[in-house]
Design a binder for this molecule. Structure first.
Ligand code: GLV
Ligand code: MN
Ligand code: MN
Length: 409
């Protein structure tokens, strides 16, 4: 029988083929050609396991192993399968593959769950195409309503619904599902930081996930000729953006408590070397383990932005995401720790500085996460790598937890 490690590696490698940037990391934007390829692969694997496969009106994929109890809520295991631009092969897919492996272990061992087991493969967790992030999970729980979903557009002005249709998805299918249909949500993820590797511990059981906010700031000035417009007669949107962005790190440093602020996306219009930039749009990603720190940084960022309004510069912003720090379900945390101990796998408690779909589900069902070490603490880059031996350990822990939660026999 193929070993669990080899099988995990095979799935990760297969999914990693579906990138828009071969040899330069994984770029798999939601509803892109690569999304469709990965989607077909995941659905195929689910079907091979005998799962009942379904997609919702957001394009999330579910593979269900029915339980014996009528109308019982499902135990969900999964993660997302989109990526950041030029990201890695593990952020997201590792958790989807874990879901497939847990289902495969149920099937191979002939387990009959009483509560259904559902493998989840979610869209647009990263927000790399439509902004904000956590779109698939927020849509499922109703935090993102139908109207807001329809209004989302990518940087080229393509709407979510148009993009879905381009790869043959049906946006009219139901999106939301009732909390009563979910018994628990389990997610395996790579740590994306250096702690587990430094401690040489293969498993982190997540206690809590940081609070995070994302703003999209739009600065409008006046386009003009780069050669003929004197320096004192310019309303240059990019220069203003640069002044604001350069002040953001200090806000996080002053805030302390591990608070962070990042501008990672910036678009300049019309983006010509000899044209004064008319419009600049950039993201501000704000995070902290304490909500008061997140709120304080949002306020200071807004005050900073407002202070640059005027003199031919108009600034507006949109709050694309706000989510409080979230604790994982204490009973699921204990269960994951018990499973690690039973399997003799060393573990420690850990907090997450990255956002995860588990934080969205945590208000609606009993959510829990396990992390595995990231090589050199790197993630959101092509060098991202985790050891399949650690991933296999995490899968065994999730399998043990899922057996108990589904009351499998
Ligand atoms: C997802 O990786 C996030 O933390 O934004
Ligand atoms: Mn990510
Ligand atoms: Mn992720």
């Amino acid at each position: 029988m193929e070993s669990l490690e080899k099988s995990i590696e095979k799935h990760i490698e297969a999914l990693n083929e579906f990138t828009a940037t071969p040899n330069n990391g994984t770029t798999r934007l939601t509803y892109s050609k690569e999304d469709l390829q990965a989607r077909n692969y995941i659905k195929e694997q689910m079907k091979e396991l005998g799962l009942e496969v379904r997609e919702d009106g957001l394009g999330n994929i579910f593979g269900k192993l029915e339980g014996s109890l009528p109308d019982a809520p499902s135990v969900l295991v999964g993660s997302h399968f989109d990526s950041v631009p030029n990201g890695g092969a593990y952020d997201g897919p590792a958790g989807v593959v874990a879901g497939l492996e847990v289902a495969s272990l149920f099937v191979k061992n002939g387990l009959k769950p009483q509560y259904p087991l559902e493998v989840f493969a979610l869209v647009e967790e990263e927000g790399s195409r439509f902004g904000g992030g956590l779109m698939g999970s927020r849509g499922i729980v109703g935090m993102l309503n139908e109207k807001d979903f329809k209004e989302l557009k990518d940087k080229d002005g393509i709407s979510t619904e148009e993009a879905m249709k381009q790869i043959g998805l049906d946006p009219t299918l139901p999106k939301q599902r009732k909390p009563e249909t979910m018994k628990a949500y389990l997610e395996l993820h790579i740590e994306q930081g250096p702690i587990l590797e430094e401690k040489n511990i293969p498993i982190g059981v997540v206690d809590a996930i940081v609070g995070l906010a994302q703003l999209e700031v739009t600065i409008e000035g006046q386009a003009g000729h780069a050669g003929t417009t004197p320096m004192d007669r310019r309303s240059d949107s990019l220069v203003t953006a640069a002044q604001i962005i350069a002040k953001l790190p200090e806000l996080a440093i002053q805030e302390g408590n591990g608070s962070v602020i990042t501008t990672g996306r910036l678009n300049v219009f019309p983006n010509g070397a000899n044209v004064i930039p008319q419009k600049t749009v950039f993201s501000v990603d704000i995070r902290s383990g304490k909500e008061e720190n997140v709120q304080s940084m949002i306020k200071k960022t807004k005050d900073l932005i407002h202070s640059y309004n005027g003199n031919g510069i108009r600034i507006s912003y949109e709050e694309q995401l706000y989510i409080q720090p979230k604790a994982m379900n204490p009973e699921v945390v204990s269960l994951l720790k018990e499973q690690s101990a039973e399997l003799d796998i060393p573990y420690c408690s850990i907090n997450s500085g990255a956002g995860h779909d588990a934080m969205v589900f945590s208000d609606y069902t009993a959510a829990g996460m396990v992390f595995v070490p990231s090589k050199n603490g790197l993630s959101h880059c092509p060098e991202e790598w985790s050891d399949a031996r650690d991933l296999a350990k995490a899968v065994q822990i999730l399998y043990g937890a899922a057996k108990i939660l589904t009351e499998a026999e």
